[in-house]
Design a protein around this ligand. Structure first.
Ligand code: XMP
Length: 322
């Protein structure tokens, strides 16, 4: 495993980092084609813009709609990049992803299923038919650390686990952000001219809403958590926090609605204060904000009878549930 050295925020000069990476990408890719998958997160957005600057028409950018994104996200992200002159191809992969997720309840099996569907099936096929020799990825330093430490396998980590992508999938992976932590990536994103909706965007996990469904991620359960997420993000939009989210629990609980027993779903709300996601504490939300969240979620998300708020710090909790 190659040792990767971090470029700290103090050491980073965004302009010269961008220039260096552009030169490096041009040198490595030469006259070949490169592809990348854009998810709208700060890492993949930064890689997309960096590679677009470096490679222009030699870069093909895909947005894979795996059906696990938040409401309206695929269309919104593709439109934003097109507006900035980056051609993005939207690919509908919903069926494939839900097919591999079917029946899977174990968090690591869910992650593995998404990784395989992404690299071998949907995106892998696109890469192979495009004849691209290079795949660009937004892997960052923290992904490497957490994966190597065995805490959670981030879905974009392969080489660090000793997986030869050339052999396994038929292409070489390039990871221009691998020496940076998130705050440094945000500085690079800003220097590349990306808007605040990208460079200041709260983190969102690679496996998307699957990381927020405990148990099987069926289309219906993903839709439930998607609706709850929309309420949480809307209600907490003005709260200063690192990240806020909704989780769908596996167990159902007894509730009461219109004077009748209603055996329904439980949503857990999490809202975090953190610097770097390595440690985090729950945000001290005012009680009226919490009760408003509970009222709206139980009224607007079909079948939800219980809303709770997580008050546990990371560690021993983690930010996402899965
Ligand atoms: P955890 O849940 O490990 O999350 O405390 C740390 C930060 O990483 C973001 N994130 C992910 N988390 N799997 C995860 O579990 C992923 O693939 C992933 N990608 C990003 C997460 O949202 C939190 O900010």
């Amino acid at each position: 495993m190659a040792k990767i050295k971090e470029i700290t925020l103090k050491q980073l000069n965004p302009r010269s980092f961008i220039d260096q990476q552009i030169q490096e990408l041009r040198r490595t890719v030469g006259n070949s084609l490169a592809v990348n998958a854009l998810s709208g997160g700060v890492d993949s957005s930064t890689v997309t813009m960096l590679a677009h600057r470096a490679l222009g028409p030699q870069l093909k950018t895909y947005f894979i709609d795996h059906g696990l994104m938040r409401a309206g996200e695929p269309q919104r992200v593709a439109a934003l990049f097109r507006k900035m002159g980056v051609p993005v191809t939207l690919v509908d992969g919903r069926q494939e992803f839900f097919r591999v997720l079917k029946g899977k309840v174990d968090p690591e099996k869910k992650r593995q299923a998404i990784t395989d569907a992404f690299y071998q099936d949907v995106f892998g096929k696109l890469v192979r038919t495009s004849k691209a020799r290079f795949l660009l990825q937004g892997t960052i330093y923290t992904d490497v650390e957490e994966t190597v430490a065995g805490i959670k396998r981030q879905h974009n980590i392969l080489a660090q686990l000793g997986i030869d992508t050339q052999k396994a999938y038929g292409y070489t992976v390039l990871e221009p952000l691998i020496e940076l932590r998130k705050p440094a990536v945000r500085m690079v994103a800003k220097a590349l001219g990306l808007p605040p909706s990208v460079y200041a965007r709260p983190p969102f996990p690679g496996p998307a809403l699957t990381a927020r469904v405990i148990g099987e991620a069926t289309p219906a359960r993903i839709e439930l958590v998607r609706q709850a997420t929309a309420v949480v993000e809307e209600e907490l939009a003005r709260v200063k926090c690192f990240q806020c989210l909704a989780i769908l629990h596996e167990d159902k609980v007894t509730g009461i609605r219109n004077g009748r027993r209603d055996f329904g779903y439980q949503i857990e709300v999490r809202c975090w204060d953190s610097q770097d996601a390595v440690t985090a504490t729950p945000t001290n939300l005012p009680f009226p904000v919490l009760t408003r969240l509970a009222k709206r979620i139980t009224a607007e998300v079909p079948g939800v009878v219980s809303v709770t708020y997580n008050v546990t710090a990371k560690p021993p909790s983690t930010i996402e549930a899965v």
